[in-house]
Design a protein around this ligand. Sequence first.
Ligand code: GLU
Length: 429
Amino acid sequence: MDSTSPETTSGVLSTTHINPFEEMASRFDKAAELLGLDPGMRKVLREPIKELKVSIPVVMDDGRIEVFIGYRVHHSVVRGPAKGGIRFDAGVSLDEVRALASWMTWKCAVMNIPFGGGKGGVICDPRKLSRGELERITRRYTSEIMDLLGPEKDVPAPDVGTDSQTMAWLMDTYSMHVRHTVTSIVTGKPISIGGSRGRVEATGRGVMLAGREAARVHGLPLEGARVVVQGFGNVGSISAKMFASQGSRIIAVSDVNGAIQNPDGLDVAALFTYMQKSRTVVGFPGSTPLDPAQLLTTECDILVPAALENQITHENADQIRTKIIVEGANGPTTAAADEILQKMGVVVIPDIYANGGGVTVSYFEWVQDRMGFFWREDEVNQRLEELMVQSFADVREMAEARNVSYRIAAYMVAIQRVANDLQLRGLYA
Ligand code: GLU
């Protein structure tokens, strides 16, 4: 799979011993406590509502049969269909998918869009699979999780290791099963088959807008700000491009193969061209190599972790030298690291808001598919900006009113919205 394709990023520290679901739950518990959430509500909202594990037998190109393991988890459908990506990665586990599904619930609620939260994953290394093998895995996985899917039930999207082509195969498989084309079954599709303009750029654009809002409040001009980006997949690369468009200097970036730097600022447009042919940032003319382990601790103004979970931990948090962290990835900072960063005065703009631009434009895509009427790119971007600005204001208001970090404030805003709607709907018994 193309390393520049949507949501594929890496270049990361291995921290598989840290359980991402526990990381999510510890923030949930803290926010629920501060909200004085009813203990029963707390039980309902903490755990996923549905978890499916499937076996995916596939004939490989050499004729061998391989069996892959896949998951699809629904965390909540209180505010609408389960929404969230599908990850193809060797590190996928049930607890990771459970965490990612929960983060989708909170993310959609922070962005105030009418979705619940879900996530899927297949344990595989897409870089070692042919296009045909990827297609067969995607189609068989889709048919195995078919009962959960539906435009009103569960709407997948790309995540790490998957892209618009994966979504096209998913949409086709679902449509073949139900005997008619259903574009709104999935978001992040190619534009010509029902995708939304601006969706590919949406997460990175949202990361920049989140950074812009935070920088404004904390007195940091984006013009000339030094930005470091971990991960150069869809989220990291577009974030870099968007910050560069604001006059920021991208001084270091990494991908799965290594890291590069240029204290005067990398030429991001030229880096994109270089990436097209070399499929890595490493060796980019006009840069010098950087030890990937030192990327996160490079001195800068804005740090964008845009790879995987658990990258900023209790082991390296005290060495971070940045003013603002804008979380392009889901779960890049552990709860223990949050405490250290807060004491150091580093502002953390949390994942469930900072990377919410992707799912927000997924919502726009779903709406457009259901209307059968498609918006101009400037309309999409304008609406995305409105929601990013509004959600930042909501999170900031909570942070100031309750004297908590933006992370806990974002969870509080989200939990309050979901709990309120659950209260209104009541329990079916
Ligand atoms: N995978 C992305 C995320 O983690 C996008 C999800 C979506 O658009 O449904 O937010």
